[in-house]
Structure formats: C-alpha cells, structure tokens
Design a protein around this ligand. Structure first.
Ligand SMILES: [Zn+2]
Length: 255
C-alpha cells in the first residue's frame, strides 16, 4: 500500500468524519506495525492509528470484489483505485497529526517488538528485569505491552510452556539463564506465529489444526511430560503444565 494514492476514503465514526477531506487524495508513505498497533502514515503528515483488540479486523480486497466476511460495522474504508482496505468493528481508530504522534500516551510507551527490524534484546531484557516488574506474575508481565509488544493471550501461554516457566513466577525470581530462555522463546514463538499466520485464521480452523501446546488444552496430556494441562484464572485465562512448568531449583543455585 506504500506509495499508493487514496482515491476515496469513508470515515464512519462521527467523531472522525471531519478528517475525511484531509485523508482523501493523500498518498500512503508507509504502513507500520508496532506490536498489534497499525499505523498508516500519509504524505500530508497525518497517521491513521488502529488496534483490533479481540473483535476488529482489516480486510484488503481488489476493487469491486466482495469482502470475505461481510459482517460487522464498517469503520473506515480506504480505496486506491486497485484495492480497498476496510476496517470493521474497529475498537481503536484515530487520526494523529505529526505533532501528536510523538506524544501519544500508549504508542510512546510500547516495549520493543520482536518482529521489527529495530528490535533490541537488551531493551527487552532491561524492561523484564526492571524492579517495578520484579513481583508481578509472568502471566501478567507477558501481556504488558510496555515490556515487549505483540504478545496476546494465546501466545502468552505458549511462550511460558516453551520456556518451561510457571505463569505464577515473577521476573524477580528468574535466574539469568531463565531470563534468556524467556527472551528466546518470546522471540521464537512470535516469529513462528507470524509466519504461520495462525492469528489471522478463523477460530474453527486453528481449533482443528491444533497448533498449540497448551492453549485451550485443559485436561489433555502435556506434549513434553504427559501431565494434565491446567487452566488458571489470571484475569485472562492461562493454560499451563503444573508439572514441567514449575520452577526447578538446584540446591545452592536459587531461592
Ligand atoms: Zn509438562
């Protein structure tokens, strides 16, 4: 979409309609993803910011073609003459000016995104071991977009299983090698997930495929040790193996 000129723009939320004229006939300079935030930068200095949460979706189809899933409320439609990009049920949609973007209360606090070229592990490590997170259970830390951005509720459970760490364990209890293991698994699981694009498949498809080690596998055997997968209510459901994800300490090398 980068470089395309917008030929027609429909902005549906009444609070944003005043931007329609400014957005129309703009050229798209860059489309940027930061975690689950999407920014469409335009040549006039405006940026369209969206976040899908659990229920929004973007669809891009050739001009004149039907949308794959014709349900939900249209929030924004961007036409280029060849394609239409449409946002349905968008829970977060705003237009930011060049001045407002660097002061955005959420975007400016986001942690590093392992899927971006500018990802720096040192920054992720420093944020993980920040004393302010020392006593917060990992189940919450992984969803904290100010640590690393891009981890959602499904991959939170998967990353902790791969890292063999309990969701109840806080970062302050991790050994240096466990910190590195958690960083390794976070980077790897997100990259694999992106490649496989499970996040964009309908729920019935990934249920059938069964791509997850623990997510929604309550009562089924752990793929590593055979114990039963359990579900924890940590605000958002967490799935884990209480047998092989419990911290194992060698005498004299841990609390
Ligand atoms: Zn296990």
């Amino acid at each position: 979409m980068g470089g395309c000129r917008l030929t027609r723009v429909q902005v549906c939320p009444p609070r944003l309609r005043a931007w329609s004229t400014a957005l129309s006939l703009s050229r798209v300079v860059e489309v940027e993803a930061i975690g689950k935030h999407l920014l469409i930068h335009l040549d006039g200095g405006l940026s369209i910011h969206s976040h899908l949460m659990m229920w929004g979706r973007w669809e891009v189809v050739p001009q004149g073609a039907p949308f794959r899933k014709a349900t939900g409320r249209l929030w924004l439609s961007l036409e280029t003459g060849r394609h239409v990009a449409a946002l349905f049920n968008g829970p977060v949609l705003e237009v930011l000016t060049r001045e407002h973007l660097p002061q955005h209360p959420v975007l400016t606090k986001l942690g590093p995104d392992p899927l971006r070229a500018d990802y720096r592990r040192e920054e992720a490590r420093a944020r993980l071991t920040d004393p302010r997170r020392a006593r917060t259970p990992l189940a919450h830390v992984l969803l904290d977009q100010e640590w690393v951005c891009g981890v959602g509720n499904i991959y939170k459970s998967e990353i902790l299983w791969h890292a063999r760490l309990s969701p109840l364990q806080p970062p302050g209890d991790l050994t240096p090698s466990e910190v590195e293991r958690l960083l390794d698994c976070t980077e790897r699981v997100l990259r694999v997930a992106y490649r496989q694009r499970f996040g964009t498949l309908p729920r019935r498809v990934w249920r059938t495929l069964g791509p997850f080690a623990v997510y929604r596998r309550t009562g089924q055997p752990c793929l590593r040790c055979g114990a039963r997968i359990a579900r924890l209510d940590t605000g958002r459901a967490t799935y884990w193996c209480p047998s092989c994800q419990s911290p194992v300490r060698v005498a004299g090398h841990g609390p």
